[in-house]
Design a protein around this ligand. Structure first.
Ligand code: SAJ
Length: 427
């Protein structure tokens, strides 16, 4: 089977390569000329464990090549970004998806299948994509097949999850679902769950919304517990010992291109009915300010000046800084002329980011940990000898080598920062 994958980003590229390494002929399409050129030379442009080796294999077997122009194929997979519109409820911007689908139309033939993998607002496949395709005169469900098959892989584990996760195959008609199943069965070992396009769209969105709301609850618990001088991290640990409770972890905010984006796609389609979803978004987007406030209170308490910010990505062990609360916190602190703020992240290459830890912590008064990179987990106080004062604010609760230090603060012990002038709590 020949498959054209449009959009060679964090999802499209691994997906294209997986098909190529499972005996399909794959052409990857991207608008970025440099990406095309590098991929054909054998270099991946994103950080994802195992992906480079998979590309090497696909190029060697000549089952994958990257191009700029869409060509005829049996199946087309659209995996392009769907950002938020800059409107009140940050609705779903379908323009890249529509333009990718439009680029397929001139080469579309009877019997072809079009699959939308991009995350889209509920009803988008039927209300927006279907009319585009049928404008050619081809009938969906009879001449060509249209499917929404949301990707559900976790960055950092994409290769494994692409193969083993269940996939929702949401066809516009039952014949579309069957056409989609045939394509993914070439390499997916998880269950291929038959569904309708709109159910698949909403299911994908609510999966990430569920996590966002759950994290908002944990973040709210931190604020409440800080006020009441209770350790929220201990509370979560205890509560999660209940067999039917699974609170997620609080942190400096929720980032990435999924949890911080998808809930708005639902909210914008049903503003009145989505009060809790919107409130959870607000709670999570306010977390960076809460961390900045606590950092400033701690700096005041310790009379500190230099801060080393550990981690800028939106989560650990990846190089992705999209929608990153850590980056937002860094920028907010760096704007304050009275402090010397250094960013350290072994995964991020940018001029303002220090990649040498020794240089970053030299004479620092405070280390603020914003990302749970594995490299940080094993650090002990010996590693911080060069600091002026060894004080830590660990928003991810991962510096296990330091937890017993007197000057170690995490989201369970923020009340210690303000304990000198604690506000009166209503009794
Ligand atoms: N986070 C917390 N506390 C937690 C877990 C996460 O604050 O307990 C934060 C992270 O630090 C990060 C953000 O949430 O800033 C998102 O991280 P994540 O690991 O929850 O999610 P993503 O965005 O990397 O990937 C999610 C996954 N969705 C689910 O697990 C339901 C993934 O499976 C999806 O494929 C992906 O979204 C997507 O593309 O939608």
């Amino acid at each position: 089977m020949k498959i054209v994958v449009i959009g060679l980003g964090y999802i499209g590229l691994p997906t294209a390569i997986m098909f190529a390494n499972h005996k399909q002929e794959v052409v990857g399409i991207d608008v970025n000329e440099q990406v095309i050129e590098e991929l054909n030379r054998g270099k991946i442009h994103i950080e994802e464990p195992g992906l480079q080796a998979e590309l090497d294999r696909a190029l060697k077997s000549q089952t994958f090549r990257a191009e700029q122009i869409v060509e005829q194929a049996d199946a087309f997979i659209v995996s392009v970004p769907t950002p938020n519109h800059d409107d009140l409820l940050k609705s779903c911007d379908l323009s890249y998806v529509k333009s990718a689908v439009t680029s397929i139309l001139p080469v579309l033939q009877k019997g072809n299948t079009i699959i939308i993998e991009s995350t889209i607002a509920p009803r988008s496949t039927e209300d927006h994509i279907l009319p585009l395709i049928e404008s050619t005169g081809l009938v969906v469900g009879k001449d060509v097949f249209l499917v929404h098959c949301p990707e559900r892989v976790l960055p950092g584990q994409i290769i494994h999850e692409l193969i083993h996760n269940n996939r929702i195959i949401g066809g516009v008609t039952p014949a579309c679902t069957q056409a989609g199943k045939k394509i993914y069965s070439t390499f997916v070992q998880g269950e291929l769950i038959e569904s309708a396009a709109s159910t698949a769209e909403m299911s994908k969105l609510i999966e990430n919304t569920y996590r966002d709301v759950n994290i908002a609850l944990a973040n709210e618990l931190v604020k409440i517990s800080t006020l009441l001088d209770i350790n929220a991290l201990d509370v979560i640990e205890m509560a999660n010992k209940h067999p039917r409770v699974n609170l997620l972890q609080p942190g400096p905010g929720v980032g990435g291109h999924c949890l911080a984006v998808d809930p708005y796609f639902i909210a914008a389609k049903a503003p009145e009915e989505s009060q809790m979803i919107q409130r959870a978004r607000q709670i999570n987007t306010m977390m960076p300010d809460f961390i900045v406030e606590n950092t400033l209170a701690l700096l005041e308490k310790i009379q500190g000046k230099k801060v080393a910010v550990f981690g800028l990505t939106y989560k650990g062990d990846i190089d992705d800084i999209r929608e990153s609360p850590a980056l937002e916190i860094y920028h907010k602190l760096a704007e304050m002329p009275q402090f010397d703020i250094v960013a350290y992240d072994p995964h991020v290459q940018a001029t303002f980011v220090e990649r040498d830890m020794e240089t970053a912590i030299m004479n620092a008064d405070l280390v603020v940990v914003l990302v749970d990179h594995s490299e940080f987990r094993t650090l002990t106080s010996k590693d911080f000898d060069r600091m002026q004062q060894q004080i830590f604010l660990d928003t991810r609760n991962i510096m296990t080598g330091l937890v017993n230090e007197e000057n170690y603060y995490n989201l369970g012990s923020l009340s210690k920062i303000k304990s000198a002038h604690r506000i009166n709590v209503p009794v």
